[in-house]
Design a binder for this molecule. Structure first.
Ligand code: ADP
Ligand code: MG
Length: 351
């Protein structure tokens, strides 16, 4: 005999995933889980799980990429896809201030994928393993009826007193972001536009030259392990950190929600690359919107104590873009003419 629903109402109730959204769904799952092992230091709710394994903490993070949702094989070369799949996982280990050491790779394969295509995918995975100094130690292989699926788990370590969570940002901390943002989204729009042009007229040669930088940001993101090493050299432990996968505002909101704080971001401090901005204009995309809500840049967004400002003020690849506001917890964009506008998280909506 099966388990009976408590009453008829519950039996008939059906909530669409889209009504909750990805983050609402994760919160719902989280609220039903209780961990019991003493070694589980941090479960659901950060970029990686944190496990006490003796002298140091172990970090574990999983990300899945699905054909048609996260990538389109008509413009995503398989080597790049392999590299990107590793990068997005390494980025989550970086976001805990950790160092990745191993990955496992699980594949769902449709019959459209040849053995040579899998070789190409693994070439990219191997390149990434070399760049990030990680070992590929296992995985799983299965058939798929819905296109290619790649799920990677990254395992890393961090000193116990150096782990950085999302929920520890403090009032007046400085909000920093690495590199430049918005490029990956602009690159995706360029690729989508050229795909449509090509589908309408297959004799047309794609014109992607003008979008080279943005396309590279979309196809070959690099996890910022270099910054993790530099922060260590500068003796900076961020007060909170996340990687920019869903979009700057959306990921900032995760820090704000977990830390129970607000934030002010200055429009004129957002780091946009000149190349990506020019591409945005050509594609009729507002560069500021791309920088705030475009995803997949895999840069690091973190907060530091004001006392650490001098250590990074001249760093060419870290921008101070705002500050934490724990008083009224408002989340504002301060525009170029000093108006405060409430920030809106858009991020990726797969559901
Ligand atoms: P990120 O963008 O950094 O990869 P996610 O938004 O994917 O983070 O996940 C946020 C948190 O929710 C993480 O701790 C992740 O492990 C957890 N999580 C996501 N999906 C599930 C799931 N289906 N079951 C349990 N935990 C999940
Ligand atoms: Mg993350």
């Amino acid at each position: 005999m099966g388990i009976r629903p408590a009453n008829k109402m519950e039996e008939n109730k059906r909530t669409e995933i889209g009504d909750l959204g990805e983050f609402g769904l994760i919160e719902r799952i989280q609220s039903k889980i209780t961990n019991t092992n003493r070694s589980t230091v941090k479960g659901i709710g950060d970029d990686a799980a944190v496990i006490d394994c003796g002298d140091r903490y172990q970090l574990v993070s999983t990300d899945m990429l699905i054909e048609g949702i996260h990538f389109d094989l008509s413009y995503m070369p398989l080597q790049h896809l392999g590299y990107k799949a590793v990068s997005v996982n390494v980025s989550d280990i970086a976001a805990m201030n950790g160092t990745p050491e191993q990955i496992t790779v699980s594949l769902g394969l449709s019959n459209r994928i040849s053995v040579e295509a899998i070789d190409a995918l693994y070439e990219g995975i191997k390149f990434a393993c070399k760049d990030y100094n990680v070992d590929l130690v296992g995985g799983d292989t299965t058939a798929s009826q819905t296109g290619l699926i790649i799920s990677i788990t990254a395992i890393g370590t961090v000193d116990k007193d150096k782990v950085v969570y999302r929920n520890t940002a403090k009032d007046k901390d400085i909000i920093c972001v690495t590199g430049d943002i918005g490029g990956a989204y602009i690159g995706l729009q360029a690729l989508e536009r050229e795909k449509q042009v090509f589908q309408a007229n297959p004799d047309m040669q794609p014109e992607l030259g003008d979008f080279e930088y943005a396309i590279q940001r979309q196809l070959k993101p690099v996890a910022r392990m270099d910054i993790i090493h530099e922060l260590k050299e500068l003796k900076i432990v961020p007060t909170s950190m996340i990687d920019v996968s869903d979009g700057l505002v959306s990921d900032l909101f995760h820090i704000c929600k977990s830390s129970d704080v607000g934030a002010a971001i200055f429009e004129d401090k957002l780091p946009l690359s000149n190349e990506a901005m020019a591409s945005a204009v050509e594609l009729n995309i507002d560069p500021i919107t791309a920088a705030m809500n475009g995803g997949e840049d895999y840069e690091l967004l973190f907060t530091i104590a004001q006392s650490d400002h001098d250590k990074i003020k001249n760093h060419s690849d870290i921008s101070e873009i705002g500050y934490v506001n724990a008083k009224d917890k408002a989340k504002n964009l301060i525009t170029k003419n000093e108006q405060a506008i409430a920030l809106q998280a858009q991020g990726w909506k797969h559901f």
